[in-house]
Design a protein around this ligand. Structure first.
Ligand code: GLN
Length: 202
C-alpha cells in the first residue's frame, strides 16, 4: 500500500479574473490555497492554478510584477499547473496572431476567442473519460480554441473535433471553466495529478 502524501499548498494567480471561484472549489476539497500576487507568494507552493480572465492583461501584469520568469522557471521545473481559459492561453507556446507574453509550457497552438461572436459563451455536457462516465457540465466564455497540439499532449476531452481539455505531464489546461459549476471532479483530477507528479519526481 502506498503511503498518503499530504495535499499540496495550491497557489492561485490572483492578478485578475476568476481566481476566487477556483479558491472556493479547492478549499471545499480541503486544500490550503494561497493567492499569488507577488513573486514571494510563489515560495512553498506545491502547484498553481492560472484562472480565466483576460490573457493579455494577465500576461502584462505578470511581466510588470516580475513574475513571468520565476513562474515559468517553476513550471518548467515540474511544478504542476492548471490553466483554465485565459490560463490555458498563457500556458500555450503558440498563440495565433499574437505576440502577447506567455509562459509557453504547453506544446500547443491556440486561437483566442476561437468560437466566434455568435457563440461566444455556451454550456455543454461533455465526456471527460478520466472523470468517469457522468458527463461534465462545461461552461465556455469567450473561449480559446486549441488548433494544434504536440505529440506529447494527451487530449482528455473534445467538443466536436477540437480538444477542450489537455494534459502534458504536469501541465493541465481546459478551455472551459470548471470553477463555475458545482461539479468538483476536474479540480479533484488536478489534485490527484499533483500527488502523482510529486510521487514520480526525484
Ligand atoms: N478571451 C479571453 C482571452 O483571450 C479568455 C476568456 C476567459 O478566460 N473566459 O484571454
Amino acid at each position: 500500500m502506498s503511503e498518503a502524501l499530504p495535499p499540496p499548498v495550491v497557489g492561485i494567480l490572483a492578478l485578475q479574473g476568476a481566481f476566487r471561484e477556483h479558491g472556493k472549489v479547492l478549499r471545499s476539497l480541503g486544500v490550503q490555497v494561497v493567492e499569488v500576487r507577488q513573486p514571494r507568494h510563489l515560495e512553498g507552493l506545491g502547484a498553481i492554478v492560472l484562472p480565466g480572465g483576460e490573457s493579455t492583461t494577465m500576461g502584462k501584469l505578470l511581466t510588470d510584477w516580475d513574475m513571468m520568469d520565476p513562474l515559468r522557471e517553476r513550471i518548467l521545473a515540474g511544478m504542476p499547473v492548471y490553466g483554465s481559459c485565459a490560463g490555458l492561453i498563457l500556458l500555450c507556446d503558440r498563440i495565433e496572431d499574437s505576440d502577447q507574453p506567455r509562459i509557453g509550457a504547453l506544446d500547443a497552438q491556440v486561437r483566442r476567442n476561437g468560437y466566434g461572436r455568435q457563440v461566444d459563451s455556451f454550456e455543454a455536457d461533455i465526456d471527460i473519460p478520466v472523470l468517469g462516465p457522468e458527463p461534465f457540465p462545461a461552461v465556455f466564455i469567450r473561449a480559446p480554441v486549441l488548433t494544434g497540439v504536440g505529440e506529447g499532449v494527451t487530449v482528455l476531452a473534445r467538443v466536436g473535433e477540437q480538444p477542450v481539455a489537455v494534459r502534458q505531464g504536469s501541465v493541465l489546461a481546459s478551455s472551459f471553466h470548471p470553477e463555475l459549476t458545482s461539479d468538483a471532479r476536474f479540480h479533484r483530477y488536478f489534485l490527484n495529478m499533483c500527488t502523482e507528479c510529486g510521487r514520480t519526481r526525484p
